[in-house]
Design a protein around this ligand. Structure first.
Ligand code: SAM
Ligand code: SF4
Length: 338
């Protein structure tokens, strides 16, 4: 497995299959590229099936253990089942989706090899859902979650971005997952870095504290040092699990980041928050992709704590990374037994 200069093994890849989407969520960072286009703009520069598979085969050569497909909305890709079928068997396959296309398709994806799914559901009522996602597809999302559960994707994780417009719905969402078997809740701290609107951010510690008060028990997971809160339903019937993903200004989170990303147009990306580290794979051969993957890993830097540093309470760019000569593969063989 490749390891970067900070001892972080790259065990997972997150592949954006498209930047098209049938929603237009007000908070969307589009996998770290920002709000570059409107919903459903023309298909442009997307990797084709073979491009995606070729990359995954190289990633597996480096012992990458898991792939998450995302977007845009990954289910807008008609070849999604084929991509999943052709993903190397040893890799766990998961997907993050807005859920609208799961009815009628969830089973086929499971047959193709999909192991896990996250469905974005930011609100528990139709009106606020429409305001946040700019879509009226609330019922379809609810049906999508049911379709995923019936297809055997158990648990289904609901992703909820916590920011000003949704923070008030956290208790209802927690109760929703506690009362419904098979659901888990992942509360994602709103990341303003690539979308602006910092005023939407909320103090995520307050959410941790509130969950800790409600929880029957709390577990800490090794990955990202993340806590899991187990909470009973309000009527006492059922128990649900809630996790918080809180990457903003969190140096522990960056220290534990094991992911390399691929943009919809086939560029390797070492960090969600950066757009200055993109490396195009384009028409590359496997040998060239291998080299580019190594280079991407060699240049990975924990964003908070290294790339950005705290000075007088403010996060500022670390001058060491401006105009820095990119590392090549020869400088990064630690941990690489290839
Ligand atoms: N369309 C799919 C979906 O909505 O799940 C996949 C792509 S979406 C960009 C992937 C995840 O990123 C979603 O769970 C979404 O809620 C989250 N996300 C998008 N913008 C965000 C932001 N500014 N802060 C935190 N999470 C964000
Ligand atoms: Fe972004 Fe996903 Fe919302 Fe589409 S559904 S706008 S990709 S967060």
């Amino acid at each position: 497995m490749l390891t970067d200069d900070y001892g972080r093994e790259v065990s997972q890849v997150r592949v954006s299959l498209t930047d098209r989407c049938n929603f237009d969520c007000v908070y969307c960072h589009n996998e770290g590229l920002g709000d570059t286009r409107g919903p459903m703009a023309a298909r442009d520069h997307e990797m084709d099936t073979d491009d995606v598979v070729r990359f995954l085969e190289v990633a597996r050569e480096f012992d990458v253990e898991a792939v998450k497909f995302t977007g845009g909305e990954p289910m807008l890709r008609g070849d999604l089942a084929e991509i999943i079928r052709r993903t190397p068997d040893a890799m766990e396959v998961s997907m993050t989706t807005n859920g609208t296309f799961l009815p009628g398709r969830a089973e086929g994806l499971v047959e193709a090899g999909l192991d896990r799914v996250n469905v974005s559901q930011d609100a528990i009522d139709q009106e606020s859902f429409a305001e946040i996602t700019k879509s009226g597809a609330y019922e379809q999302v609810i049906e999508g979650v049911e379709a995923a559960l019936s297809a055997g994707l158990d648990p289904v994780k609901l992703n909820m971005v916590v920011f000003e417009p949704t923070a008030g719905y956290v208790p209802e969402m927690v109760d929703h997952v506690a009362a419904n078997d098979g659901l888990r809740l992942q509360l994602i701290e709103y990341m303003p870095e690539l979308v602006g609107r910092p005023e939407w951010g909320i103090d995520i510690q307050r959410v941790h504290d509130w969950l800790a008060e409600q929880a029957d028990r709390i577990e800490t997971r090794e990955m990202h040092d993340r806590k899991r809160y187990w909470i009973s339903a309000d009527d006492g019937d059922g128990e649900g699990m809630v996790e918080i993903v809180d990457p903003v200004e969190n140096t522990d989170f960056c220290d534990n980041c094991h992911r390399v990303r691929v943009t919809h147009d086939g560029k390797l990306k070492g960090c969600l928050n950066r757009t200055d580290d993109l490396r195009p794979m384009g028409e590359m051969t496997k040998a060239e992709i291998r080299e580019t993957f190594r280079e991407t890993v060699a240049n990975r830097v924990p964003y908070y704590g290294e790339y950005m540093i705290e000075e007088d309470g403010e996060w500022v760019l670390n001058e060491a990374y401006i105009d820095r000569e990119p590392a090549t593969e020869s400088t990064m063989l630690a941990g690489d037994d290839d």
